[in-house]
Design a protein around this ligand. Structure first.
Ligand code: PLP
Length: 306
């Protein structure tokens, strides 16, 4: 993965770290017609429920060469998250027009992180707020792709079967309430780790705070099923399509920490970081040998980077 990751790093960083594009998709005076919003100016009312309650949902996708990667997968999941929250949101066509405008504004030259945000809107009443931001891919992602990561294992505190009986937990929806996930990442960083693997209360492997877990085992790729109360990853879905074409089996199976420690390789998958190979889990260094499957290459092909 050396050369590809190195090239990716260059492409990812050539726009300034402060560069931003903002597009309002709904909630403005023009209704659901996308328009560019000055990136340095405030957009939300102070009582917007996204800001005061985290009450909304979002998607983060990669833009490569001015083209959004697998937008239909993200829009499908955003629709599912919105439905779980009882939100309507713009149509896929309206989001698509907003993404196209944001992509034109950003240009084709450097990779970018595109965030689609849907909020319940102002607490005082009014329409849902929907907007898009475009920003450079951060240095964490670039480093994780190229060098891999060390992760720590943290408990999420509820059983793997909780999701089915507790729809109010919104497990499996990508809500804006990410404060606990960000706290987990800070907790990990304070102990010198790059990322986190969450376990259920009975010790099942779940997901990362912003990623899907994938292992290679005897030529197969294995990832926990959505039924354990995790977000269904779009990167995993896109990778599975490529893997199937290339004859590599991808299975969904409940995993324990011991499965990670004995795997041929472990990755965290996500839309912007893509495939980050796990080099260490707590104080156990993983075997760094080539696992027989080029996951980073397959993910690059899945998102149109290769
Ligand atoms: N799980 C969680 C909790 C996430 O936040 C994310 C990414 O945002 C993922 C998994 C991976 O999803 P995707 O591959 O669609 O980025």
């Amino acid at each position: 993965m050396g050369t590809a990751a190195g090239e990716g790093a260059d492409r990812a960083t050539d726009r300034g770290a402060d560069a931003r594009v903002v597009v309002l998709v709904a909630g403005g005076p023009d209704g659901p017609r996308p328009r560019v919003h000055p990136a340095g100016e405030p957009l939300l009312l102070a009582d917007d429920l996204a800001a005061v309650r985290g009450d909304g949902c979002f998607e983060t996708l990669l833009m490569v060469g001015g083209r959004p990667a697998k937008p239909e997968r993200h829009l499908t999941r955003l629709g599912r998250s919105a439905a779980a929250l009882g939100l309507t949101g713009p149509t896929a066509g309206e989001w698509g027009a907003g993404i196209a405008l944001a992509a034109r504004e950003w240009g084709p030259d450097s990779e970018a992180m595109v965030r689609l945000v849907l909020s319940r809107g102002p607490e005082r009443g009014g329409p849902e707020t929907a907007y898009i931001t475009v920003a450079p891919v951060g240095p964490h992602a670039v480093r994780a792709r190229a060098e891999g990561i060390a992760v720590t294992v943290l408990g999420r505190g509820f059983p793997a079967d909780f999701a089915a009986s507790a729809p109010w937990m919104l497990l499996g929806a990508k809500t804006l309430s990410y404060a606990a996930n960000m706290a987990a990442l800070r907790h990990a960083a304070a102990d010198g780790y790059d990322d986190v693997v969450y376990l259920s209360s009975e010790g099942e492997v779940l997901e990362g705070p912003r990623s899907t877990i994938l292992i290679a085992r005897s030529g197969e790729l294995v990832s926990p099923p959505a039924e354990v109360g995790i977000l269904e990853g779009t990167t995993l879905g896109a990778l599975a399509e490529v893997a199937e074409r290339e004859g590599v089996p991808v299975r969904r199976e409940r995993l324990l920490l011991s499965d990670l420690l004995t795997a041929d390789a472990v990755w965290l998958l996500s839309s912007v970081t893509l495939a980050a190979r796990v080099r260490r889990i707590d104080d156990v260094t993983l075997d760094g040998a080539y696992p027989g499957v080029d996951v980073a290459g397959m993910v690059d092909r899945a998102v149109g980077r290769a």
